[in-house]
Design a protein around this ligand. Structure first.
Ligand code: OGA
Ligand code: MN
Length: 206
């Protein structure tokens, strides 16, 4: 990476962290280049064609909570040692972000997990937090969107419910990254209305 790219990257990291400090969530656009986003979308198409996108679970693998369907997306984990070029680009940027966070905020993040998520038309994820009652390792959530030309009418908004502020709706457009605390920020994926909604959800763990 040349100096200019590194400076741009630090600006994005600062924007994500400053947003989290100021209002409970950070958001930045163009987190990865369009060619990487296209590569990641192609990976998802391939996984889908191979039948490898599986019904997602909640907490201890339960999709139903008190007889209520909590989520209806399909997912596939990204391996840390992936040999796929586009996944490697994604993983190495997240690791640089983790180092930045550890160095500037004493975050002590040691690990990271992420998966592709596909929300077909009508699919959703009801209001929740990302930390399980039984497993407290998830500290920060990072969600990256892969959707070209996503419009308001396509639905699939990420709704954030900050404790001390009004609900915020975020459009899941290509290259957009959202960052929040896994144990605190309640959030929801509104039903996708017209087309498949693709994202990569990740969790920084200690
Ligand atoms: C999740 C999640 C948000 C999104 O996978 O836990 O909340 O916008 N995803 O895809
Ligand atoms: Mn979530």
């Amino acid at each position: 990476m040349n100096d200019d790219d590194e400076i741009e990257e630090f600006k994005q990291f600062e924007q994500l962290i400053q947003g989290l400090i100021d209002r409970g969530y950070g958001c930045c656009d163009d987190f990865l280049l369009p060619k990487t986003m296209a590569g990641l979308r192609a990976n998802m198409e391939r996984l889908n064609a191979l039948g490898k996108l599986k019904q997602a679970g909640v907490g201890n693998k339960m999709v139903f909570h008190e007889d209520n369907l909590v989520r209806s997306d399909k997912m596939n984990w990204i391996e840390q040692d992936s040999a796929n070029t586009h996944e490697k680009v994604y993983l190495s940027k997240i690791w640089r972000f983790i180092h930045y966070l550890n160095n500037t905020c004493f975050a002590s993040i040691k690990n990271f997990e992420s998966h592709y998520a596909s929300y077909g038309v009508g699919n959703f994820y009801k209001r929740h937090i990302d930390q399980f009652k039984t497993e407290k390792g998830r500290k920060y959530s990072v969600v990256l969107y892969l959707n070209q030309d996503w419009k308001q009418d396509d639905g699939g908004m990420l709704a954030l419910y900050p404790k001390m502020a009004e609900q915020v709706n975020i459009l899941p457009i290509e290259g957009r990254m959202v960052f929040f605390r896994s144990d605190e920020m309640e959030h929801e994926v509104k039903p996708s209305a017209t087309r498949e909604r693709k994202s990569i959800a990740g969790w920084l763990k200690n």
